[in-house]
Design a protein around this ligand. Structure first.
Ligand code: HEM
Length: 395
């Protein structure tokens, strides 16, 4: 336990999960690198300081000790630094670029997948005599899970099963306070998925079915590297596009000026997605560890301290963005940090963006009169991962 004087002695994880933004704004203005006892981490809340962390993996390592990621998923690319990281990424990134398995999936299968899920939504509504549905549980979760399952070659287990593995892993990853019940949920998902992957890997070595896992094998990845990194992909590559579909849909339904602009200029959809990712950052933080005594923004950071670069703060940093909380479709201020900035920049960035875009476009194409259901309140929740757990709409 590190004992560092701090004004954030009483700040709780629950407060951050409820609404982190007022606290983060105060930190950025008055205490940009600060110790948060509830999480036993330094919070780093300004753009330039997080960029400094991201640029120096030798000083701020991803191989943290302890590591929530390694404990939950096994050693994976997000728990190692270059050059091990570069080796893993070189074997796995090609499948998630347009020239790899993700390309034909996005071109030929993503839109039909979204349309089939929307058909099911209509069937369910008709059976229930309902005039609306929950975009998250009935559509976005299944589309995000189905997209990754198909690219990886795990779709035979069903989209629901992929989603429930994702939930199990994410529950444990966000378990900053080490609740044993939440840890057990993660362990169960990890064990089940490990068995399913062992089976797929064994069969994949006999053929080249063109899936992402086939590509990993062809590029020389070992079974352990595949298992641990696919766990990472499932924990990060399903929940996030799902939350982003929910967030973009919610923004379009609550900001009619933006919806009108998109209707008039459909090409602005890409900009809308980037701005929603910036302002609402589905992934909140990156976690690193100081490998020696150092200093950041004048604050002493002892060797071994965990350091949290708060992406959802730097994406609203007033010293980096003009009118940071405004979704501005004409903004020209460079890339945001929702996919991170450094060596661990998101592996599934291209595919994630396509899933969000087609997911939202197909939804509004099917239900042009979509509106928020006035009987349900939309509550964005979470700190590490944040989005609407439910998004009830009327058609
Ligand atoms: C809107 C969607 C997504 C968002 C906002 C997002 C965000 C992020 C962020 C912020 C990181 C950096 C984490 C860190 O440095 O600690 C990351 C890494 C990663 N993401 Fe994503 N992600 C998304 C979609 C996906 C998808 C679809 C996949 C599917 C494979 C994926 C797989 C990964 C992996 C494997 C890493 C670790 C990369 C490394 O350690 O080098 N993500 N993502």
């Amino acid at each position: 336990m590190i004992d560092i004087p701090t004004r954030w002695q009483d700040l709780t994880l629950a407060q951050l999960e409820d609404d982190p933004y007022p606290t983060l704004e105060t930190m950025r203005r008055e205490d940009p690198v600060c110790w948060v006892p509830a999480l036993e981490m330094f919070f780093v809340t300004r753009w330039d300081d997080v960029a400094t962390i991201e640029a120096d993996p030798g000083l701020f390592t991803a191989a943290t000790e302890p590591s929530f990621l390694a404990r939950t998923l096994g050693v994976n690319m997000l728990t190692v630094d270059p050059p091990e990281l570069d080796h893993l990424r070189s074997m796995m990134l090609p499948a998630f670029k347009s020239a790899g398995r993700s390309g034909p999936f996005v071109r030929d299968e993503l839109v039909p997948m979204a349309d089939t899920l929307l058909d099911q939504v209509e069937v369910t509504m008709a059976a229930d005599g309902a005039q609306g549905f929950d975009v998250i549980s009935q559509y976005a979760q299944l589309l995000s899970a189905g997209a990754l399952a198909t690219v990886l070659g795990l779709d035979e287990h069903g989209f629901d099963q992929m989603w429930s593995w994702c939930v199990g892993l994410v529950t444990d990853l966000a378990n900053f306070e080490n609740d044993p019940e939440l840890a057990a949920v993660g362990d169960k998902a990890k064990a089940e998925l490990g068995l399913a992957l062992a089976d797929v890997i064994e069969r994949a070595t006999d053929r080249d079915g063109g899936t992402a896992i086939d590509t990993f094998i062809a590029n020389g990845a070992t079974p352990e590297e595949i298992v641990n990194n696919v766990r990472l992909m499932i924990s990060g590559g399903i929940n996030e596009p799902c939350e982003a579909i929910g967030l973009v849909t919610w923004v379009l339904l609550t900001q009619p000026d933006l919806a009108e602009r998109i209707a008039a200029e459909p090409d602005k959809m890409n900009r809308l997605i980037e701005e929603v990712l910036r302002v609402h950052s589905p992934v909140g933080t990156i976690t690193r560890q100081a490998t020696s005594d150092t200093e950041l923004a004048g604050v002493a950071i002892p060797k071994g301290a965990l350091v949290s670069g708060i992406l959802r703060s730097i994406n609203r940093d007033e010293t980096h963005w003009t009118n940071p909380t405004e979704i501005d479709l004409d903004r020209r201020q460079g890339a945001h940090a929702a996919f991170a900035l450094g060596a661990h920049r998101c592996l599934g960035e291209w595919m994630g963006r396509q899933t969000v875009k087609q997911g939202v476009l197909r939804l509004f194409d099917r239900f042009p009169d979509l509106g928020l259901d006035p009987d349900h309140t939309v509550l964005n929740q979470g700190f590490e991962f944040r989005g609407p757990p439910e998004l009830w709409v009327t058609i």
